[in-house]
Design a protein around this ligand. Structure first.
Ligand code: ATP
Ligand code: FE
Ligand code: MG
Length: 344
């Protein structure tokens, strides 16, 4: 099936077109620069940017893929979770296209789409696959027996998301927003065992109660305190060492719990997605630990890890191929759609 997918859950207007399991085009217009001066995504700014970018991005996607709208078999769209106003723009556009073209619409879950995108990169997903999703808004461990209708949440962050921690620590170190890529770059010059930052929820009662959950706000506070103590003492802050040690604390816990989840559930394939999956140390440590336990690791290329339309099209195409029921035309945008609800 030829499917066009629309993603507007946060600050990226993404339009992707997939034929079966082949990605034809992935067009993204980001409003990230408009948010940079606020140090975070501003919902109203994002909604307006989606509205302005939608039609040109759909047109560009079709042109670059050499596809006419009339050729499409279905439209898929992120229905949630995400920013309510931002989601509404995508859902309204998708409905208009589906009605105009007389094709079915599939409202899908943003997190499921982050997992499904790897099908266009590395082929069919083994069933089950373990998914580790780490982005600015999410940190989830997902057991995925079938990405089109059966996803189970094993754990998630109880406070900050991993990407959020990267962005906050970057800000503390005077690095630009979004901070993840800058911390990654600066950390390459630093010593990752220089400072022993805390690993949240990894021992004692915490671990028992939160086997596969994450916590990064204590780590962020520990980094802030460490930096403040240095400054108060009038000593220079070793930015590269702080970045490397912080990053190590995050990726150590992420990979440790993901591998433990694979072993406990007898799953041989781990897929990492979301913007933080672009992190070079996360990729390296995950590979090392997966190799040690005979787990196969899949990580889509960085451009498919951050929010994009291709992932929504990829999941939509799977829905059509597997004969899943299409959504109703009055499907709502659900800002807090649970991860277990793959389609709406
Ligand atoms: P959502 O959480 O809804 O998916 P988002 O826009 O926050 O939305 P993404 O676009 O997938 O999510 O990811 C952006 C996040 O990824 C930011 O927090 C950014 O700092 C982080 N990030 C990007 N590259 C890297 C990297 N190399 N290392 C660490 N973090 C990174
Ligand atoms: Fe995302
Ligand atoms: Mg983003």
């Amino acid at each position: 099936p030829l499917v066009l997918g629309i993603e507007t859950s946060c600050d990226e207007t993404g339009v992707g077109i997939v034929r079966g399991q082949t990605l034809l085009v992935d067009a993204v217009a980001s409003s990230v620069d408009e948010h940079a001066r606020f140090g975070g995504v501003v919902p109203e700014v994002a909604s307006r940017a989606h509205l302005e970018a939608m039609v040109p991005t759909v047109e560009r996607a079709c042109r670059d893929a050499g596809v006419r709208l009339e050729d499409l078999d279905a439209i898929s769209v992120t229905a949630g979770p995400g920013l309510a106003g931002a989601l509404l723009v995508g859902v309204a556009a998708a409905k208009a296209l589906a009605v105009g073209l007389g094709v079915p619409i599939y409202g899908v879950n943003h997190l499921a789409a982050h997992v499904a995108v790897d099908i266009v990169e590395h082929g069919p997903l083994p069933e089950p696959t373990m998914g580790l999703l780490v982005s600015g808004g999410h940190s989830n461990l997902l057991l995925v027996p079938d990405v089109t209708h059966d996803i189970r949440s094993l754990g998630s962050t109880i406070d900050d998301a991993a990407g959020e921690a990267f962005d906050k620590v970057a800000r503390l170190l005077g690095l630009p927003f979004p901070g993840g890529p800058h911390v990654d770059r600066v950390a390459r010059e630093g010593d990752r065992v220089a400072i022993d930052f805390p690993r949240g929820l990894t021992s004692g009662r915490d671990l028992e109660r939160h086997r596969f959950d994450y916590s990064f706000s204590g780590l962020k506070t520990a980094v802030a305190r460490w930096v403040q103590a240095r400054e108060a003492a009038g000593e220079p802050v070793p930015v590269a060492d702080v970045a490397a040690s912080f990053q190590e604390a995050v990726v150590d816990v992420l990979t440790r719990k993901a591998v433990a989840a694979c072993r406990e559930h007898g799953v041989d394939d781990l897929l990492i997605g979301g913007g933080v999956a672009a992190n070079s140390r996360l990729r390296a440590l995950a590979q090392e630990r997966c190799d040690a336990h005979g787990i196969r690791l899949r990580v889509p290329r960085p451009g498919l890890c951050t929010d994009n339309g291709a992932m929504v099209a990829a999941l939509g195409a799977q829905m059509v191929s597997k004969g899943r029921q299409a959504s109703r035309l009055d499907l709502p945008a659900d800002s807090s759609q649970p991860v277990e609800q793959v389609s709406s």
